[in-house]
Design a protein around this ligand. Sequence first.
Ligand code: AMP
Ligand code: ZN
Length: 481
Amino acid sequence: MQMTLYNTFDRTLEEFETLEEQVVSMYACGPTVYNYAHIGNLRTYLFEDFLRRVLEYSGFRVKHVMNITDVGHLTGDNDEGEDKMVKSSRESGKSVWEIAGFYTDAFFRDTKKLNIIPPTVACKATDHIQDMIKLIQRLEEKGHTYTAGGNVYFSIDTFPDYGKMAGLRLEELQSGARIEVDTNKRNPKDFALWFTRSKFENQAMVWDSPWGKGYPGWHIECSAMSMKYLGEQFDIHCGGTDHINVHHTNEIAQSEAATGKPWVKYWLHGEFLIDDSGKMSKSKGEFLTLSLLEEKGYDPLDYRYFCLGAHYRSQLQFSFDALDSARNARLNLLERVSDFLMQSEDRSGLQDQDIRKYISEKGKSLLARFQEYIGRDLNMPRGLSVLWKVIKDQDLQSDEKLLLIKEMDRVFGLSLLERASEERKGLEPETDAEVEILLRERSEARSVRDYSRADEIRDILQVMGIEIKDTASGTTWRKKV
Ligand code: AMP
Ligand code: ZN
């Protein structure tokens, strides 16, 4: 399957080619675990899951690395404010380690509920301090750093390509200096690689280093951990669009300055989920979490379906009305799949067979269209429209529909067949024999054109909560939802 992806680095759609044949090395910036993830954060992890599933569907093996930021992320991305973990610890009275453990578990619980495939490697910043120190030393040896006020900074003037991805111009950066200025910095866009006690006296997490006891800056952790697990050059780096200007710009500068080589081939960024105020932010206090949606009666997969409805490079506005529509569409989908399961004549495990051997010309062309859409920069909404075409098609048999649905759901991750058959199992009546007797009687009545008796039996079944369907191959039944 051919794949093109939009590379933020040069703002173009590019044919996807990996460094190593059939293997994708992919790094995704993970959560800062000082609070619950909000559903905006989760949109980004869903986008990364769609990406991974499409890559795997295309036949690649994906090595997916994600960091857990449990130290070093200040309340501002530009080294302003205090450490987010420390702030949360101070406010809650719990230790930073307790906070990190609690919210890391909560994060993985949420992603599991959303059917997000766990990363191949999930690595904590606090477990990789020595890797960060080594990387800072490498930068120091090459003359890219300076120490001021006890902190070690990266000097962006030593890296002429600084800001290329974000379209920043070096000469404008000095004059365009913004907000809170760290007077230690030679250039306001320089960034901290290592903080020592000189800046934060009461930092709870500190480590020994050649520059004194302290802790790392946020950006260095992603460079150190991605290169540790994926090598000095790898295929894909992703995150939300907010990371383009500062975090990813700084990651590129320090990684390429250290190795002297181009670092990442494809940069992919997911657009934001916004609420009616235009922003979704944790700092506002109240924010939408997956648990909150569950408390309101939604299934986490309703939110997954909702996110599938928009392209990852478009902003998506959240509202409960829109989530209701997603829920209805997903339930409708399950009901249709449940019907196909009921009608399916497959008694031979056909659903477990290789789809290409069994599929009709029409099925093949629908599948080809689906692959074309998802392969073109992950156009999941268009892919979803092909799934609905399969569902509504008049010619395809139920067995074949089920094969196609199962195939497409490898990418959508909605557990369609599993959920639909679970639903059916739960609904199977205990009164099979009784239903069968009534159905036989109804069929005999119909064969002698006694339609009033046939309708009477249908009504009796209805009262029993049994829904029947007359098909060419006979009458099928199920308990109503
Ligand atoms: P954080 O835990 O704040 O480091 O953010 C985790 C991920 O969520 C990052 O990749 C951010 O870019 C992304 N993100 C933050 N806010 C939003 C939002 N409103 N919509 C989508 N992604 C977001
Ligand atoms: Zn990162």
